[in-house]
Design a protein around this ligand. Sequence first.
Ligand code: BJW
Ligand code: ZN
Length: 247
Amino acid sequence: MNDTLLDRVADALRQAQRVTVLTGAGVSAASGVPTFRGPGGLWKSFRAEDLATPEAFARDPLLVWEWYDWRRQRLAHCQPNRAHVVLGSWGALFPHYRLLTQNVDGLHERAGFEPIRLHGSIWELSCWSRACGSGTWRNDQVPLAERPPRCPSCGGLARPGVVWFGEGLDPHDVAQATAATACQVFIAAGTSSLVYPAAGLVHDAHRRGAFTVEINPDETPASAIVDVRLQGGAETVLHDLDERLRG
Ligand code: BJW
Ligand code: ZN
């Protein structure tokens, strides 16, 4: 890791009041959670369009639920890593701190900080029927007692409380995330920066004058526009950055 780059980011953070971090699957990689894309990614063995769309669920709810149940079982054995811990602790360090996540795994929450969840939670369920109005409910059972699970209100099919391709994000979350791009430092950590609208946030922050940083071992479409690229695993880079900030 380049010490000069780390120092530049630490300097920017020391002067900042408004800090926003956007996380993606790479932040949970060191916890043993598979990423979506790239080597060993979830979508090397499954096609996204077969599993993470409303059309896929309508076609074969049991197949989709088998995939989610399998992921939930894996996640139940995963612990937050140093990246989650550092990002959680920053809530006490910066007066205006926002943590936005695309992750549905619940590891930020388990590290003690409530992020804005742009893609929902794998630990929540909702009714597949739009007419039902049951809202979302929590379900921590692993494995699921009943597959596919049912809605407690109407007895119909329940679905995972996540945002699939082609579905709109919660407008309230999007508004909060967009407002959080009006910051002094914006960090995109562990995301391929391919999936919109989340991938647009670093661009918004850049346009609005934030000092932008990417933490990722690999290049992404965001690499070209950020002020600093910290190349490496989020669990190591964030730990090193945090030590400099506090040291
Ligand atoms: C490490 C590391 C380590 C490894 N440390 N790093 C504009 C342009 C083009 C397309 C679109 C557009 N706007 C919308 C679209 C369509 C679509 C989209 O973006 N498609 C693109 C793929 C082309 N977007 C949507 O459909 C969104 N909906 C929408 O826009 O609706 C509009 C609408 C409005 C009103 C009504 C109706 C519709 C919804 C997107 C939902 C995404 N859902 C998923 C699944 C969630 C549920 C589940 O988990 O099953 O979310 S897809 C999947 O990708 C998941 C993730 O959150 C998301 C992002 O992935 P992420 O986190 O970036 O992970 P990876 O695996 O891609 O990358 C990991 C990175 O980590 C890599 O870079 C590694 O190098 C790195 N890494 N180890 C740090 N140790
Ligand atoms: Zn229902």
